[in-house]
Design a protein. Structure first.
Length: 138
């Protein structure tokens, strides 16, 4: 079980983005819980879809602000978003084909949350700083 709670170390100092990150963490925790409580592949796939819908929405929010502010590191940032999206699609396909195998469950539990936390601390924080320095206000 990945039991990660949002805390100030994850704050990008942009309320809208922080709010979306909290929701994403919650939806990833729900997937992990579905895996750990041995839910059927259908249920797990649904939690994955529910999370990926929100991830798409969240990424497009960030990307809109990057474009509006001409963010210099946008290309690299978008690439990471694309990698996450394609990994989630692969997981959904694998679950549909193979069912809820322990290996898949484990990869979900480690990959999704680790990716998000690394992504926030690695490059979303930088983006938040950039937004502030470019005079962005919510
Ligand atoms: Fe991001």
């Amino acid at each position: 079980m990945v039991d990660i709670k949002w805390d100030d170390s994850l704050s990008v100092n942009v309320e809208l983005i922080d709010h979306q990150h909290k929701e994403l963490i919650k939806r990833i925790s729900d997937i992990s819980e579905a895996v750990d409580t041995n839910q059927s592949p259908e249920v797990i796939v649904n939690t994955l879809l529910f999370m990926s819908e929100y991830a798409d929405f969240h990424f497009s929010t960030e990307e809109r602000h990057m474009k509006e502010q001409n963010y210099p590191a946008m290309e690299h940032h978008l690439k990471q978003h694309e990698e996450f999206k394609s990994m989630v699609q692969t997981m959904i396909m694998d679950f549909k084909e193979e069912g809820a195998t322990p290996a898949l469950g484990k990869s979900i539990n480690t990959y999704l949350m680790n990716w998000l936390i690394d992504h926030i601390k690695g490059i979303d924080l930088k983006f938040g700083e950039f937004l502030h320095s470019s005079g962005f206000s919510e």
